[in-house]
Design a protein around this ligand. Structure first.
Ligand code: BTN
Length: 247
């Protein structure tokens, strides 16, 4: 971390773990103990990494960039719907290749998923809720190290870009990008991020199927609205899982 600026390094609470079950749990505990916003836990390997909807996030040791970031939003929890999109825009801008975004939390390169975002809201017994923002980037995984998936295939910066990245430098860029994006979101809301999301939106114009519990809706994706909800036809969806992109 840069050691010059309190918001960007000096004094930042950075917890490093050679290995841990999940950085999400470390930062959750830190948050409950009163750690400041911007606290980060980074690891070289997770033994129980998790993604959205109970999925596993797996990593060959020493290849990915994985961290969790403690956010203490000033906005009410009901206004935090766009948070994963704000994070996605910030990360995409900081990554070295031209990354697309797939609502709500996938970072994509070519036909594959290069990274994911997991936002977990924590409501302590006392005090305001906080968010643990988990980020996993497939940085230096070789083609044979990419984990099998049941949905979007995985890819990596190495596979797509042809050269390994400096993971520490990338971590620093991503964390600072998050600092800036969260400050911007707190000050100005989602509106400035919406246009930035639109430019990277890989679903817009595609016919897709969205799973909502035991129901599936299909239609043409029309981007996202001011609350970060996915638009399909005249309806805005705050949650759901894009199950299939048909064209
Ligand atoms: C997803 O694609 O569903 C989200 C993946 C998030 C993975 C990161 S890796 C660091 C942090 N710790 C975890 O257990 N998960 C997140």
């Amino acid at each position: 971390m840069d050691a010059e600026d309190p918001q960007r390094g000096r004094g930042r609470n950075v917890i490093t773990r050679a290995t841990c079950p999940s950085t999400q749990d470390v930062v959750r505990e830190e948050g409950l103990a009163g750690a400041p916003a911007g606290t980060v836990c980074v690891t070289d390997h997770q033994t129980a990494g998790r993604g959205r909807r109970g999925r596993t996030w797996s990593d060959p040791p020493g290849t990915a960039v994985m961290f969790s970031y403690l956010a203490r939003p000033t906005l009410a929890p009901a206004a935090l719907g766009p948070l994963p999109l704000v994070v996605g825009v910030a990360l995409a801008d900081a990554l070295p290749l031209e990354v697309g975004l797939r609502w709500p939390n996938d970072l994509v390169l070519g036909a594959g998923k290069v990274g994911g975002i997991l936002v977990e809201l924590v409501t302590p017994p006392a005090g305001p809720p906080f968010a643990v923002i988990g980020v996993g980037i497939n940085a230096n995984l070789t083609a044979t190290q990419l984990p099998p998936t049941d949905r979007l295939p995985a890819t990596s910066l190495l596979v797509e870009g042809g050269a390994p990245v400096d993971r520490v430098a990338l971590l620093e860029r991503l964390v600072v990008a998050l600092d800036d994006a969260l400050a911007g979101f707190a000050a100005d809301g989602f509106a400035p991020f919406r246009a930035r999301f639109d430019r990277r939106d890989r679903l817009r114009g595609c016919t897709l199927e969205l799973r909502l519990g035991d129901r599936v809706v299909s239609g043409v994706a029309g981007g996202v609205d001011d609350e970060g909800r996915l638009l399909i036809g005249d309806t805005a969806y705050a949650a759901g899982e894009v199950e299939r992109v048909i064209d």
